[in-house]
Design a protein around this ligand. Structure first.
Ligand SMILES: [Zn+2]
Length: 124
């Protein structure tokens, strides 16, 4: 099994709903998002997937949330904008985009950093 990993970042604000504590107030994070892709077989060039293409897909996925209040942007207008829910949302969105290119590559994990010391990950 081969695996590649790539990171992107974006900045956004959020406020957690149904949460007792200071995170219920609007505040910002410099989010870091790390995605890992797996494949049993490499492509003819010897790649799981071109980093350039993965980065483009990831940037496209994150762009709607950059410099926004996450609570205003679907699905986080109804889904609580926790790092856990963000990791799952990005996992599902990236999986959909990658599976459109064929069955060879799958998303193994998406991990979201809210701070250097606090991360949440989603895997299936
Ligand atoms: Zn927060």
């Amino acid at each position: 099994m081969f695996e590649i990993t790539l990171e992107e970042s974006f900045s956004a604000a959020h406020a957690l709903r149904g949460y007792q504590g200071k995170c219920e107030r609007v505040h910002g994070h410099n989010y870091r998002v790390r995605v890992s892709l797996q494949a049993e077989q490499l492509d003819p060039a010897g790649l799981v997937m071109d980093f350039v293409d993965v980065r483009a897909l990831l940037r496209d996925l994150l762009e709607p949330f950059d410099h926004r209040l996450l609570n205003d942007v679907p699905p986080f207008d109804t889904l609580n904008p926790t790092a856990e829910n963000m990791a799952r949302h990005f996992f599902v969105g990236l999986s959909r985009r990658i599976s459109a290119q064929g069955p060879r590559v799958r998303v193994a994990e998406v991990r979201v950093w809210e701070t250097e010391a606090a991360t949440a990950a989603y895997r299936e």
